[in-house]
Each structure stands twice: as C-alpha cells, then as structure tokens.
Write a protein that binds this ligand. Structure first.
Ligand code: ADP
Length: 377
C-alpha cells in the first residue's frame, strides 16, 4: 500500500517541537511531498532557534522513515533570520542533514568565510561545478559529456545534477530507476556509462522540483552531496542550476568546490552572463578552471562544413581578456543534440567520433587544472 500524506502527518504529530507542542501544530512545516514512498518537506524556523530544532528534525526524519513503505525521507531544516534579529551563532549549527546557518542562504558579503564552506566529502578528491550565466546554453549536455571525457582519461567520475529547478540528467542519461539505500541508509548513485550519477530528478516529480525555495534548494543539494554513497571518486562534476542568482551563489559558497567550468555560447549576451558567472566564483574564492564555448560554430551533419553563424571566437577572446583558461569550443551539431535526447550522450555513443575527442580534450585541461587536488587525494 502506498504511503499517504496523512500517515506522514500522523507520525509527525507524535514528534514534539522544542516548545512542547506537536510538530504538526507548530506552524513550521512546508508542503509535504509524498511520491512512491519518498517523502520530502522542510521545517522552516527562525535562525536563532535553529540549534534547538535540529534534534526535532532528526526525530521527524526517524518517525517518517519508520512508516511502513517509506524508502527515503529528506527533511530539511531551513533557518530564516527575522529582520533585525541578532546574528545566529556561527557554523556550529550546521549538521550534515542540512541545517544551514542563516548566512548560508543570503548572498555572501565579499569573500567566503572558511566557516561557510562545507567540509570535503570523504572519498571524493575534487568537486567541480559546471555553471552558466543563463539556461539553454548546453550546460547539462556539456557537464555530462565532460564527465564522460574525464572517465575516458581513466578517472573515477561522479555526476550530481544540482539543477533543482529543471533536472535534465534523467533525460540525458535515460535513467528512470530510483536510487536504492545502502546499509547505512545512504542513497546509492545510479551507475551508467561508468559514472556514478545522482539527480533530484530521480527522487521527485519535475513539478515538485520547480517549487523548491532557496533555502530548501541548498538543503536538498547538501543532502545529495552528503547522504549519497559516492564511494571513491577522483572528480565529482556538479551540474549547477543556471544563472548567477542567490541560490547559485549560495551553492557556490557552500559546496566544497575545487574549481568551476563556465559554459557560454558565442552570442555576446551570454558572454555577459558568463562574466557574471566568473564574478560569482571569484567572490566565493572558487578557482575558475576555464570557459567552454558551446554551440561555437555550426557543423553541417551532411558535409561537415563549418559555418561561424554566431560570430565565433568570442569566448576565447573573453577568456584571454579575463585571464582565465579557454578550455575549448564545441560545435552546434545535430548528433550532440539527438544523442542527448536519446539518453545516450555523444561521448558514450560515438566514442571514436570528433565530438568525443573534443570533450576529452576539454577534460584533459580540466584534469590538468585540478592536478594538485587529485594527486593530493
Ligand atoms: P542547459 O543545461 O544549459 O539548459 P541543455 O544541456 O539542456 O542546456 O541543452 C539545451 C538544448 O541544446 C538541448 O536540446 C541539447 O541537446 C542542445 N545542445 C546542447 N549543446 C549542443 C551542441 N553542442 N550541439 C547541438 N545541440 C546542443
């Protein structure tokens, strides 16, 4: 029998809030999502009280997990500071399950403080972000093919689809199964193409993903970083949500990133957006490994002729001007799109083709940019 929202509410009514009233009467619960035995919601409290609520969050999670038929319970504690409230105590509030100090979901002031960085993920040598200033530039397609290019270099690679507003990795990889839990109740990433893959899209319906608010986004992503049994990885590629707003900035600030790759198309507008991406990572002291120009030129699928329909080379010049590495240019090519749409990315489906070679070359530069980090681990 499938789990109902009422069962979840009944279980939560037996958990007491710090002031003694049942959790369900404390006016702190978000909407509760229950799909296929997977339960998601957040407890939204004032930052000053976050510490007292952490054990309530843990009890709530235990209570929900104890319901027969529940396979995953992801319960985020989100702490919002009331205007004029005193500063919350520093990161002692933080818990692997997602208590964020209030500062974590506000735009950081200047450079990131070391306190605001999450600890490294055990077993993962380097986490890198693939980011873009706006949507639709091919960020997810590039993240996946780059991950495969890195795999081809003999590295152990994971892919985390953190694009919580529109997870596309399930479609790009053709994965429709749900992750299982291991003995330690961590989610086991799905193995496909030799990559360890995790996406919020494996867990929630697409429209649920769309309504997540800023603090919940961070909590969910923190949980996907921490509560997934990643195993030993050389590189974990994080497909970031597009854009450079508060959610992205918070993510860049809180995920223990060793570097970032910015995807841009040649059009001037997206270069302006790419510049914003660069500025964002600079602000939080994450090294930019370089810029990739996607849809750089049109390559005719029939005759292979190249046309620079967007005026090409902008990203290379921009990278030079800004003093960041230029990682390579990827053509706008039918087979990159069709293979993505079929859930069989081009590096996997046409490993000997010209596009796979381009992604591998970009992967080589990324690996070289991270060399210290990978070797040190
Ligand atoms: P984003 O993650 O930036 O929103 P996607 O990776 O989802 O972008 O790509 C948007 C669309 O563009 C998809 O249909 C994808 O197949 C297509 N696409 C991405 N890169 C290329 C490319 N180099 N050549 C052809 N189509 C591409």
């Amino acid at each position: 029998m499938s789990v109902t929202q009422q069962q979840v509410l009944d279980a939560l009514s037996r958990v007491a809030s710090p002031r003694g009233v049942p959790l369900t009467n404390a006016n702190v619960l978000s909407a509760i999502s229950v799909t296929d035995g997977k339960v998601f919601f957040s407890i939204n409290v004032d930052a000053a009280e976050a510490r007292a609520w952490e054990s309530v969050r843990a009890q709530a999670e235990a209570a929900v997990r104890a319901i027969s038929g529940v396979s995953t319970a992801m319960i985020a504690l989100t702490a919002e500071r009331k205007p004029g409230a005193p500063q919350a105590a520093p990161a002692a509030h933080r818990h692997a399950h997602g208590v964020q100090p209030a500062s974590a979901h506000r735009p950081p002031q200047g450079a990131a403080s070391p306190m605001s960085k999450q600890a490294e993920i055990p077993g993962v040598a380097a986490v890198i972000a693939v980011a873009s200033g706006k949507g639709g530039v091919g960020k997810s397609t590039t993240a996946l093919n780059l991950a495969l290019g890195l795999r081809d270099l003999g590295l152990r690679v994971g892919l985390l689809d953190a694009d919580i507003y529109g997870p596309s990795v399930p479609r790009l990889t053709g994965i429709s199964e749900k992750p299982q839990l291991d003995d330690g109740r961590k989610m086991i990433p799905i193995k496909r193409f030799g990559l360890s893959i995790m996406s919020i899209g494996f867990l929630v319906e697409e429209d649920t993903a769309m309504i997540w608010r800023g603090p919940m986004v961070m909590s969910a992503i923190t949980q996907m970083l921490r509560d997934v049994a990643w195993g030993t990885l050389d590189i974990l590629v994080v497909d970031m949500p597009p854009g450079t707003g508060d959610a992205q900035l918070t993510l860049a600030q809180n995920v223990p990133l060793k570097g970032a790759v910015i995807i841009s198309t040649p059009q001037d507008l997206s270069l302006i957006d790419a510049r914003r991406g660069l500025a964002m990572f600079k602000k939080v002291n994450v090294p930019v490994l370089g810029i990739v120009e996607n849809m750089s030129y049109f390559q005719c699928p029939e005759c292979g002729t190249r046309s620079d329909i967007f005026g090409h080379g902008g990203a290379r010049h921009e990278a030079e001007r800004l003093g960041v590495p230029f990682l390579g240019e990827i053509p706008l090519h039918m087979s990159i799109r069709t293979t993505s749409d079929e859930g069989n990315p081009v590096v996997a489906s046409e490993p000997d083709g010209p596009h796979a070679a381009i992604y591998r070359a970009i992967g080589t530069k990324v690996r070289d940019g991270l060399q210290g980090a990978i070797a040190a681990a």
